[in-house]
Design a protein around this ligand. Structure first.
Ligand SMILES: C[S@@+](CC[C@H](N)C(=O)[O-])C[C@H]1O[C@@H](n2cnc3c(N)ncnc32)[C@H](O)[C@@H]1O
Length: 273
């Protein structure tokens, strides 16, 4: 059995994925994390008209649910076109165990349908899930298209293929200038990877037990960028060396190994007087 059900502190369910040995959400509140780590910092709720959202790592679909439920609550008059990317085709089975016992269940029932392959459309959003490796799917998505990106894979250590400079470079081409990318990791090598890919990088919020996240954009609007001195300082830190995946097809082991070798060489180089 790949998934084990866990109840988090806000009474919403998450799944522990036994293949990754990691829970899909923070145990301090799965739904809370979706709202405060992704939906609010993405500023998608304050955008008007047609808003295009890319959701990387659909999982249980909480980021999409939180966006749609908050939009309904706030009487948002725009229309969201949401595309989710997901590798694991067992997700629809995991979603069957999720229930909120409140108005969120109405939207969640629609997301269960889209997870099973139906494209769903309502008055305020459309949603589809594309199954496969996000690295390859990105090449088929339109450039300069998205207003917000929820970047929510498993941790960099377990899921390095979605945290590489090369992946972020590809993602960069799909974002509109004012697009905001949200992610929960504040790891220095993740921030370096985003910066090397061309993004302006800022601090994301602290949510639950998680330290601050990271937000990124192409052209600075409302993201307060991390100081240049932060990145200058990191140039001397081997831990800030990012993952790379030049052909966007290496295995997690290959990606981790390449970085380990680079860190080793970097450390040797630093010791040279
Ligand atoms: C932390 S969970 C996502 C939680 C989700 N965003 C939510 O709101 O419920 C990470 C998800 O990323 C998916 N994933 C991991 N590697 C992937 C890849 N290369 N391409 C697409 N999806 C991937 C996993 O199967 C998992 O469902």
């Amino acid at each position: 059995m790949q998934f084990t059900t866990l109840i988090t502190d806000d009474n919403t369910i998450t799944m522990f994925d036994n293949a990754y040995n990691e829970a899909m959400h923070s145990l301090s509140g799965a739904y809370h994390e979706a709202v405060y780590m992704h939906v609010i910092p993405s500023q998608a709720l304050s955008r008007k008209g047609d808003v295009y959202v890319l959701d990387i790592g659909f999982g249980l679909g909480y980021n999409v649910l939180a966006l749609c439920a908050e939009a309904v609550k706030q009487k948002h008059y725009g229309f969201y076109t949401i595309i989710s990317l997901e590798k694991n085709t067992d997700i629809p089975y995991a979603m069957e165990h999720v229930c909120f016992n409140d108005e969120r269940d109405t939207i969640y029932a629609l997301l269960k349908k889209s997870a099973r392959g139906e494209k769903i459309t309502t008055d305020c959003f459309s949603h589809s899930v594309v199954y496969g490796d996000a690295r390859q799917i990105l090449s088929h998505l339109p450039v300069q298209f998205f207003d917000a990106v929820f970047h929510d894979p498993f941790s960099p250590a377990k899921n390095p293929e979605l945290w590489t400079v090369d992946f972020f470079q590809k993602l960069f081409t799909l974002c509109k200038d004012e697009c905001i990318v949200t992610t929960y990791s504040a790891a220095v090598h993740v921030r370096t990877a985003l910066k090397k890919a061309g993004f302006i990088v800022g601090r994301g919020p602290e949510v639950g037990r998680k330290k601050e996240g990271t937000i990124a954009t192409k052209k600075n609007t409302t993201v307060l960028p991390l100081d240049e001195s932060y990145f200058t300082y990191l140039e001397k830190d081997p831990k800030a060396l990012p993952f790379t995946d030049p052909e966007l097809c290496d295995t997690p082991e290959e990606i981790r190994k390449r970085r380990k070798i680079q860190m080793h060489e970097f450390k040797k180089g630093l010791q040279v007087p």
